[in-house]
Design a protein around this ligand. Structure first.
Ligand code: SAH
Ligand code: SF4
Length: 380
């Protein structure tokens, strides 16, 4: 199979070019054509030597996941279902807002972590996405939305200042909050992040790229050292007993260690706070006492809270907390001077809201079978 050029970040492409006896500046030229101009036709890479263009066309390609479905919700949220082979699909969601456009991308086909309230977790794990499949989501969305720079201009990219919120880009922010656990696919995710931040590629500021993790602690430390972007941590419970149940990775990496790792992350983070995500589950984790316990838990971690109304899916076994209870919960956090927002649910009519991303993963872990057996055992 031909080499997919989307699998390389700048360092990878330079090394691959070196293997062909090509100079680093050639790799930089091609990187810019691919990721700044969204060009996938080597013939049109006009400043690249003709012989090199021909060689590249022979041995490499720009391979993107095929789009199986493209749906737009009433609120403008757009979702692409992407084929990643072997009967697997992942989803990528664009969320337009007044002053920014956020692309939510997937990092794995399925997820092995089995969070109790997550439909991706329910499906089991199939495989890690490649770098090309991860960055391909951004590439595809930019192409479709007309967000690549016009290759006719040949000018240096316009940098967006860190403080400039009136960005002229359609996709101004990227969040790794789609299907899968980004830090369980570290290498490929890190290469994709490098491309997002690279001035010769997408040139996004670190503050505008967010990794969301359920709390894989070694991965958080590595991210801090290798590619510190904004960090969101899926907390969902104020104590180990409850979190062990809701987010099973907590049994391996409990809350005290998670809090210490968050503090370490902040040394290098582009923002001076961690975002904690907290899905509001009716009568499970949403009482006033839970809120007070949370305040005590995060006492030493500068943070903001993002409360997420639970998005139901078939046989989830959970219900969304009533909005009054969510409001009371938020009030308690805010009284403790913690900035708290409640996430607006977007794209519900096309199943594009958090935790509803399902794809059609072929479950290699046979979780569905195991679950059926467990249910059969407990009911017999
Ligand atoms: N694996 C990573 C990122 C993907 S999940 C993580 O867990 O952080 C993105 C966010 O959606 C997480 O905060 C996750 O807990 C949340 N989520 C999962 N299922 C949900 C559901 N059914 N309703 C609302 N949010 C959900
Ligand atoms: Fe995986 Fe995140 Fe879903 Fe948990 S919430 S199962 S870590 S995708």
């Amino acid at each position: 199979m031909k080499q997919n050029l989307l699998d390389f970040d700048a360092a990878g492409l330079t090394a691959w070019f070196a293997g062909m006896g090509e100079k680093p500046f050639r790799a930089k030229q091609v990187l810019r054509w691919l990721h700044q101009f969204g060009e996938d036709d080597f013939e049109r890479m006009s400043d690249v030597a003709k012989s090199l263009r021909a060689r590249l066309a022979e041995i490499s390609e720009v391979r993107l996941p095929q789009v199986l479905r493209d749906s737009t919700a009433a609120d403008g949220t757009r979702k692409w279902l992407l084929d990643v082979g072997n009967g697997n699909a992942v989803e990528c969601v664009f969320i337009p807002e007044e002053n920014r456009g956020t692309l939510c991308i997937s990092t794995q086909a399925g997820c092995a972590l089995e969070c109790a309230f997550c439909s991706t977790g329910r499906q089991g794990f199939n495989r890690n996405l490649t770098t090309g499949e991860i960055i391909g989501q951004l590439w595809w969305a930019k192409k479709t939305l007309g967000d690549f720079r016009d290759s006719g201009c040949g000018q240096a990219p316009r940098r967006i200042a860190e403080t400039d919120f009136s960005t002229d880009r359609i996709i101004s922010n990227v969040v790794l909050m789609g299907m899968g656990e980004p830090l369980a696919n570290f290498e490929n995710v890190a290469a994709a992040l490098h491309l997002m931040l690279d001035d010769n590629a997408y040139g996004l500021s670190r503050r505008r790229v967010t990794v969301s993790t359920s709390g894989i602690l070694p991965g958080m430390d590595r991210l801090r050292d290798e590619c510190p972007v904004a960090l969101a941590v899926s907390l969902h419970a104020p104590n180990d007993a409850l979190r062990d149940r809701l987010v099973p990775i907590n049994r391996k990496y409990p809350l005290a260690e998670l809090m210490a790792t968050c503090r370490r992350y902040l040394d290098k983070a582009p923002r001076d706070f961690i975002t904690f995500e907290y899905v509001m589950l009716d009568d499970v984790n949403d009482s006033e006492e839970h809120a007070r316990e949370l305040v005590r838990l995060v006492r030493d971690v500068p943070c903001k809270f993002n409360l997420i109304p639970f998005n139901p899916f078939q046989d989830s076994g959970f219900k969304r907390s009533p909005s009054l209870r969510v409001r009371r919960f938020a009030e308690i956090l805010m009284q403790a001077h913690i900035v708290t927002t409640t996430r607006k649910t977007r794209g519900e009519d096309i199943d594009a809201a958090c935790g509803q991303l399902a794809g059609q993963v072929r479950d290699r872990t046979q979780r569905r079978v195991k679950r059926t057996i467990t249910i059969a055992e407990t009911t017999s």
